[in-house]
Write a new protein. Structure first.
Length: 343
């Protein structure tokens, strides 16, 4: 059973209440020992709400001048003017009403205009600073969710294109086998059905176990050996001596292997396909190489598979993969390194 906890202060109103409570506690932190009665406490609370109301006026009416119109000088002038107004107002109210029987009254300097001005300025900075931090957090989270949603939509679209591409290539392989070994057609159909089952059941998952993916790749290579093994040297090895289990995005490796067989064996001359997979310190190293035929048969290719795989790697493994493709007149080589996720 998985427990799911709602993030703290996810709701905007919860965040606003948290700012109010935090500001009040911060403002009165050194004054709790002076509380002598509920009347004194209520007077202190009233004093704080005047300060909080001043900060909210600045936030709602003056701060947009800076943020939207980019006029910092005007914002500073209006802010100082508003503080001066509230300084006079707070001085009169506190002297005549609040400081009487209030725990905030400790010394005569609190009855000065300078003290009220400094208090208003300090609470304004604290409250607006906290608000701006939370606003920035909300904006960043909204942008991150937007990017995540966009990537998920794009990834789903890529998978929808990728699956028919794999089916098309596998059917071509099965067709080639049926022409050469018709007596084995039924057996090959069963093997292809297992590949299709893996694609349908696990292909839409975000991650699958590396062992399952390697088994899938091995089955596909075995199918290709049945088709072209008599005229093509096929080498495949997999090595993983690391402790622990790893996960990988499903069917992200198969495109490079498919292309090696499709283009490397499109000839009647001798050819080769080599596939080496190693896991070293949590990184998967894939090297796929195939010969480049001199007399190549025409191969139908939409080039969707390679393009989609590149884009999937960028989405699923951003800055966590390295892909290098090189080729010359004799050989086409793919080197891919992926930082695996450990379970």
């Amino acid at each position: 059973m998985k427990w799911r906890f709602k993030p703290i202060l996810e709701n905007k109103w919860e965040q606003e209440m948290a700012i109010l409570v935090f500001s009040f506690i911060l403002f009165t932190l050194n004054d709790w020992v002076f509380i002598q009665s509920w009347k004194g406490f209520s007077n202190g609370l009233l004093y704080f709400f005047v300060l909080y109301f001043h900060a909210q006026l600045n936030r709602v009416f003056l701060l947009p001048v800076l943020l939207k119109k980019h006029q910092p000088v005007l914002y500073i002038i209006l802010t100082v003017g508003l503080i001066a107004f509230f300084t006079v107002f707070l001085y009169q109210v506190s002297t005549e009403f609040i400081y009487k029987n209030c725990f905030l009254y400790k010394s005569s300097h609190q009855k000065t205009y300078q003290f009220q001005f400094a208090t208003l300025t300090g609470t304004l900075v604290c409250i607006l600073g906290t608000i701006q931090i939370l606003d920035h957090y909300r904006a960043q989270k909204k942008e991150a969710n937007k990017v995540l949603l966009s990537n998920q939509v794009q990834l789903n679209a890529l998978k929808n294109q990728f699956n028919p591409h794999f089916l098309f290539n596998t059917m071509n392989t099965l067709y080639g086998i049926s022409l050469q070994y018709p007596e084995r057609t039924s057996e090959m159909i069963m093997e292809v059905s297992q590949l299709m089952r893996y694609q349908v059941e696990l292909g839409n998952k975000e991650f699958v176990s590396l062992e399952n993916e390697i088994t899938f790749i091995s089955s596909y290579i075995q199918l290709e050996k049945e088709r072209v093994g008599y005229r093509c040297r096929i080498d495949f090895d997999y090595e993983c001596n690391q402790e622990g289990k790893y996960e990988i995005a499903p069917m992200v490796l198969i495109t490079f292997i498919e292309n090696a067989f499709k283009h490397g064996t499109a000839t009647i001359e001798k050819c080769f396909v080599t596939i080496h997979i190693k896991v070293i310190k949590g990184k998967l190293h894939l090297k796929v190489a195939n010969s480049v035929p001199h007399h190549k048969k025409e191969v139908v290719s939409t080039k969707i598979g390679l393009k989609n795989t590149r884009e999937r790697l960028e989405i699923v493994y951003p800055k966590k993969h390295q892909l290098e493709i090189t080729h010359n007149d004799q050989e086409y080589t793919v080197n891919l390194v992926i930082e695996l996720r450990q379970t």
